[in-house]
Design a protein around this ligand. Sequence first.
Ligand SMILES: [Zn+2]
Length: 119
Amino acid sequence: MKKIMAEPKPTELKTSLQKALEFETKRDAIRQQAKEETITGIQEQLAQLAKLGFHYQLVEAGAPPKPAKPAPKKDGEPKPCSICGFITVPPHDGRAHRSQQSKAPFTEAELAALNLKKA
Ligand SMILES: [Zn+2]
């Protein structure tokens, strides 16, 4: 009785880890492709809705919200002083430091004298 020897397969030198990593990569690529196809489909349908006058958006859940429009600057908003970097009540600016010989943050005593409090 003759046994037919199976053709020798190319030696599998890949470790299980390599195989697992390759599989992961392939899976990710397939998932990414599936996602893109699905999104394309949804966007086509959204376009159909838009033609009917219904405007919807596809938004990823948990995606960071788009930066809100910068709030219009209020004139009354106190800005930190350019010299000491503090916002005080009432606010002051660099001009308040004119009396100082060397420009430095106000000491507690100076703040008291100028009737300012650190905010
Ligand atoms: Zn200051």
